[in-house]
Each structure stands twice: as C-alpha cells, then as structure tokens.
Design a binder for this molecule. Structure first.
Ligand code: NAD
Ligand code: 6OD
Length: 486
C-alpha cells in the first residue's frame, strides 16, 4: 500500500497525531493509498519552516540563481515524466494521453515560464523636481510577499498546483501547499524533485488533509501566512476569504464557472463540433473552463445536436493505460452522486435527454468505479437548475438562438464569469462578441489554448485577481518605492 507523507522542511514526515486517511481509486473504488493527515502542529511547523527559509539561504539567492534552480525543477519533472504521468493517472483515473500531452508538460512549463518572467521584469523609475533644484530619483523594487499558502483542487492536480508554486517561488516566496485530499500524489512527488535539485529546506512544504477543521483551515487561518492563493469552488473561496480577512491578508482566487459555448451558423461546422465536444467532455467534464451551456444559431441547431450526440456516444471508456481508451471516470463516489443528481434534476425539469443520463456498463472491478455517461440535454428554459448551476461533470444543455444580442445576453445571464468559447468565421463578430461576454478568458474558434504569458482568472463569482505572465507579479510580490533625494 502506498503511504503518502507530508513534506515539511525538506523531509517526508508522518502526521504528529498519527491520523491517516484513505485514498480510493476512481476506476474501481479500491483502497490504493494511505495518506498522513497533517495536524494543526504539523501545519504550524510547515509555516515556521517556510518563514525561516525566507531569511536563510533562499532569501540570499540572486534572481539568476533562483532561475537556475527553477529550470532544474522543470528538468527534473521531465526526467521523471513517467512517474508523474503514472501518479496523476492513479489519482484521477484520467487517460494517459491527457496526462502526457497536457497536464504533466504544463507542470514543467509552469516553472520555466515564470523563471523567464522574473528574468525580464522592468522596474519603473521617475525623476522628480525638488525646490532646491537637485531633484529626487524614485525607483521600484519588487520584493517577495513572504509565506504563501496554496490550496488546490483535484481536477488537474499537477497543472493547477504548479501554476501557483512556479510563480510563487520565481518571485522569491516560500510556500505551503495543501493539495486536494483526493489527489495528493503528484504534489508529493514534487517534494522529491525539490530535494533532488537542491531547493533549500522549508521553501516548498506539503501538508495533506481536508478543508474545514483540517489542514486547509489550519493553513488559511494561520496568522504567519502572508497571502493565500486558492483554486476550487466558489463556496470554499468564500470561507477562505473570511479566514484571510483576519490579518487583512491578500488572496488570489480561481473558482467555479458555468461557461457558455456559442456557435454561429457561419462557423466551420466540424471544427465547432470538435471544439465543443472537447470543452464539454475533456477530463470527464471536470475542467473549470469547460462548457456546460451551449448556444447554437437556429439554422444549424438540429444538425449540431446530432453531430455532438454522435461524438459523445463514441467515447471509449476504459483503464487509463488501455490502448484506445479516451474517457475516464469522475473523481469520487460523492462527485458521481452529485452529477447523477443533476442528471435526474434535468429529467424532472422536463429536459429532452439527447444522449447519456446514466452510468455505463463496465466490466469486472470497474463496475464499482465512478463512471458516468457523457450527457446532452435540450428543451430546458434559462432558469433550469442544469442551465444555471455548475455541475462539473460531462454534460451540457444546448439551446437555439436567433440574434447576436440575444446570445450575448444569455451567455452573461449567470453569476459566474470564467470563460467562453465562440465559434464563427465572421472576424468582426468574433471580436465584438468576445468583448461583450463578461468573462476572464474568451476563446474564439478554440478552447483551452493557453499562452502562459497572458492574464488568467475569472470575473464575477469565478475569481479574484489575475495570474499569468507579469500579472502573477501583482500577487506574488510587493512593490516598494525607493525615493532618493539627490
Ligand atoms: P473545493 O473547493 O471543494 O476544494 C478545493 C481545495 O480547497 C481542496 O484542497 C479542499 O480540501 C480545500 N478546502 C475545502 N474547504 C476548505 C476550507 N474551508 N478551508 C481551506 N481549504 C478548504 O474544490 P474541488 O471540488 O477540489 O474542485 C472543483 C472546483 O474547482 C470547481 O468548482 C471548479 O470550477 C473549480 N476550479 C476552478 C478553476 C479555475 O481556474 N477557476 C480551476 C480548477 C477548478
Ligand atoms: O491553464 C491554466 O493555467 C489553468 N489554471 C487551467 C485551469 C483549468 C481548470 O480546470
């Protein structure tokens, strides 16, 4: 049985209270690992180690030396690529090609890109006249925020965790990561990488556990944590923001979404179908940027619904290592029950179930896993629960529309504002619509196409702040002005 420990001050350690919780395989619900749950005093030790590291060897490094170390982290992730792929597959049950081509390479890139960002940060400076005629020089310094608490979710564990650790370390901070209780493996492996490449002790720490009354709460309420960056549900973000209010600590939040996909009749049809198929069903629908509301211009509505149905029915369920399998289970029984409850709600509210709506027949042990069918509905009104609430499963509702103004209003009729994907071959319309949808990220004729130099985040209840490229410096550094009288 795998035993997952906490990583504190450069060492893998057991829970000081001897608490252990179980990890189950999403494929079969078999018990596959035991995880040491960090106690309040373990979290306290991690925070103290991170605080001490700020004024130790780490704090004395020049930016160039930090950059070299972070390149080393990226290279070592690449050296251990297969270990990371395996760990992420075990934790999430998702197909190996997604890990190989998207999630694990992005983990390495998150260190390289932010190392490059800090190599090239300009400082601002202003000459200022003074009454004595000698003047003064103002210039800015960017200093690390300090000890950063990182709380991450289970849906793309390595990508989302390193998306925070990379810029935090590049900017000279120290971190304590609390990965999701569902997916601790790749964060643990990252501890091994940090030790191997010589990141000083205490710079990177991992505490395992749950949210309330566990490691998540112990970390976010700890007064010595200077800032908290969080990815997860909006409801959890609300609780963390209350914790961060004590001591007026800074937060950066990436949260839920109910994203709209918009397909105009002039779109390249096959590309639009493929794009919406990916955005609705990749990672079994467990992508925050995914599309759960699809609006299709009326002349192509029936044809589009039919084409998406055929693609949804062509997925190959199976073990992530199995040749040809391209569709995994949901993360947990609890999440499967939640998604199935929405499948039932859709029926109760009068939806036409175009395809799916239940659990597929799986062979052998996999019959006990968290499998679920990709599901498409039509026929509901704007106020139906499955059209309004984030489900975070492989499902979407498709509705016809007649005018550009109408579809913009429908896309914006939500408390969320994370992303949208718009499909059209009319360039003027593409720019117009992208500018009018109230989201952090608008994709045109694409989806989840990421340039890590760009601002990433959500509007409305989907987030607070932006990360990515130089925007990450806003959160991970403090800007200090130095004024020198000449
Ligand atoms: P979650 O909010 O349940 O959990 C996220 C993390 O928060 C976990 O590590 C959890 O243990 C921790 N946590 C829970 N309660 C806490 C508390 N009171 N104090 C401190 N920590 C606490 O989210 P999830 O179910 O893991 O992930 C799915 C959600 O994440 C979806 O809503 C999805 O949209 C969102 N998400 C958003 C983005 C984005 O970039 N906007 C990316 C991925 C996922
Ligand atoms: O690409 C990213 O940087 C990012 N944060 C993706 C989020 C995916 C959500 O599931």
């Amino acid at each position: 049985m795998r035993l997952i420990k906490n990583y504190i001050n450069g060492e893998f350690v057991d829970s000081s209270e001897g608490k252990v919780f179980k990890k189950y395989s999403p494929l079969t619900n078999e018990h596959i690992a035991d995880i040491q749950e960090a106690s309040r005093s373990d979290v306290d030790l991690a925070v103290k180690s991170a605080r001490n590291a700020l004024s130790g060897e780490w704090g004395l490094l020049t930016p160039d030396q930090r950059v070299e170390l972070l390149y080393g982290v990226a290279d070592e992730i690449t050296n251990r690529f297969e270990d990371f792929v395996e760990a992420e597959m075990v934790d999430t049950g998702q197909p190996s090609h997604v890990q190989r081509h998207v999630f694990i390479p992005r983990g390495a890139a998150n260190f390289k890109v932010f190392a490059d960002v800090i190599k090239n940060v300009p400082a601002e400076s202003f000459m200022m006249p003074t009454p004595d005629g000698e003047g003064a020089l103002n210039y800015s310094l960017r200093v690390p925020k300090g000890v950063v608490g990182i709380i991450s979710p289970w849906n793309a564990p390595f990508l989302l965790m390193t998306w925070k650790v990379g810029p935090a370390l590049a900017c000279g901070n120290t971190v304590i990561v609390k990965p999701s209780e569902e997916t601790p493996l790749t964060t643990t492996l990252l501890g091994e990488v940090m030790s191997k490449v010589g990141i000083p002790d205490g710079v990177f720490n991992v505490v395992n556990g749950f949210g309330p009354e566990s490691a998540g709460e112990f970390l976010t309420t700890h007064p010595e944590v200077d800032a908290i960056t969080f990815t997860g549900e909006t409801r959890t973000g609300t609780a963390i923001m209350k914790a961060a209010a004590e001591g007026c600590r800074d937060v950066s939040f990436e949260m839920g979404g109910k994203n709209a996909g918009i397909v105009f009749a002039d779109a390249e049809f096959d590309k639009a179908v493929d794009g919406i198929f990916r955005s609705a069903f990749l990672n079994t629908g467990q992508v925050c940027l995914g599309t759960e509301r699809v609006y299709v211009e009326r002349p192509i509505f029936e044809k589009f619904v039919q084409a998406l149905k055929e693609k949804a029915e062509s997925v190959s369920y199976g073990h992530p290592m199995e040749q040809g399998s391209n569709y995994g289970p949901l993360i947990s029984k609890e999440h499967q029950e939640k998604v199935l409850s929405y499948y039932q709600k859709a029926v109760d509210e009068g939806a036409t179930v175009v395809t799916g709506g239940g659990i597929p027949d799986m062979p052998g042990d996999m019959a006990n896993g968290n499998w679920i069918q990709p599901t498409i509905w039509t026929g509901l009104s704007d106020d139906a629960a499955v059209v309004r609430e984030e489900i975070f499963g492989p499902c979407c509702h498709i509705m016809p529309f007649d005018t550009e103004a109408e579809v913009i209003a429908k896309a914006n009729d939500t408390e969320y504002g994370l992303s949208t994907t718009v499909w059209t071959s009319n360039l003027a319309r593409a720019h117009r619509v992208a500018a009018k949808i109230d989201v952090g990220i608008a994709w045109v004729n694409s989806w989840f196409l990421r340039d890590l130099r760009t601002a990433f985040g959500g509007s409305k209840q989907s987030g607070i702040g932006r990360e990515g490229g130089v925007h990450s410096l806003e959160f991970y550094t403090e800007m200090r002005n130095v004024c020198v009288k000449l």
